[in-house]
Design a protein around this ligand. Structure first.
Ligand code: ZN
Length: 277
């Protein structure tokens, strides 16, 4: 199924990290003025702020809070570090509820001092142990697979198949997956695994940006849609074909774009959203 052209901003969400030089108050003001309807809040944007009041401020601007980024980082070689990680994820769930969103995105973690299998087991145990707290807070958890170049320290979950398998193994309607085109565009199983997500009703989030050629930094060189080689529109078609009707979330970490005028950057994002997504 191919995606319909985007004609309005009703499904556009932008992550606070995308315009990192702006604090959350500035980002909310500028996004809402530009007609952006959704925002995903990174936890660092909430530092030194009352979370509930910040949620109210966002809603007062007529915007939906799509998710809180990010929980996760479950892996560690000691029981203490793993327990501390689970405690921090409980706090993330509480923050999401206070903020007024029902989704926490998980960057699951990895520890190069142990095998990937051990890390994956710890991730699954960690998420499973959070399910009762997530249910009582009515906050869902989305496993976000990360590109394999991050398998050393950021995530031992590197394909959508692994994320789908884990969500199914945990078997709670509060646990699903986030599809980020930056991490998954290369995967020959992407289309079939997106279809599987939809059949399992656990496709919770869709993140977009682009893969620049050449990419000069493993973390901070993401592109605006159309700047690189990811077929964003094609993947959006698969996601929508799987029944996803949520926000298209623009998540760009880029030292290059952060150095530019953020107002112009926001205009470019909106233009690229309409024409290259
Ligand atoms: Zn993402």
């Amino acid at each position: 199924m191919s995606a319909k052209a985007i004609t309005d901003l009703s499904q556009l969400c932008i992550h606070t990290i995308t315009t990192k030089p702006w604090n959350i108050e500035e980002a909310v003001k500028r996004f809402s003025q530009a007609g952006v309807k959704g925002i995903t809040v990174w936890r660092d944007a909430l530092e030194k702020r009352n979370v509930q009041d910040t949620g109210g401020m966002i809603r007062d601007h007529g915007m939906d809070i799509v998710s809180l980024c990010r929980g996760g980082f479950f892996c560690g070689t000691t029981r203490e570090s793993r327990r501390a990680a689970i405690d921090d994820n409980r706090r993330a769930i509480d923050e999401a509820r206070e903020l007024g969103t029902n989704l926490v995105v998980l960057v699951c973690g990895a520890d190069p001092n142990q095998s990937l299998e051990d890390s994956r087991n710890q991730i699954q145990d960690g998420i499973a142990s959070l399910v009762p707290h997530a249910e009582s807070a009515n906050v869902r958890l989305a496993i976000e697979p990360l590109h394999p170049m991050y398998a050393d320290t950021r995530s031992a979950i590197n394909t959508l198949r692994q994320a789908n398998d884990m969500a199914s193994a945990i078997g709670s309607r509060y646990v699903g997956v986030a599809v980020d085109v930056y991490h998954l565009w290369w995967d020959p199983e992407l289309q079939s695994e997106i279809t599987r997500c939809g059949m399992n009703n656990h496709l919770f989030a869709f993140h977009i940006c682009d893969w620049k050629v050449p990419t000069v930094d493993l973390l901070l060189d993401r592109g605006i849609m159309g700047e690189g080689c990811i077929p964003v529109k094609k993947i959006r078609g698969w996601v929508e074909g799987a029944g996803f009707a949520g926000y298209n979330e623009v998540e760009i970490f880029s030292t290059t774009h952060w150095k530019s005028d953020q107002g112009e950057f926001l205009s470019r994002i909106i233009d690229a959203y309409k024409n290259n997504s």
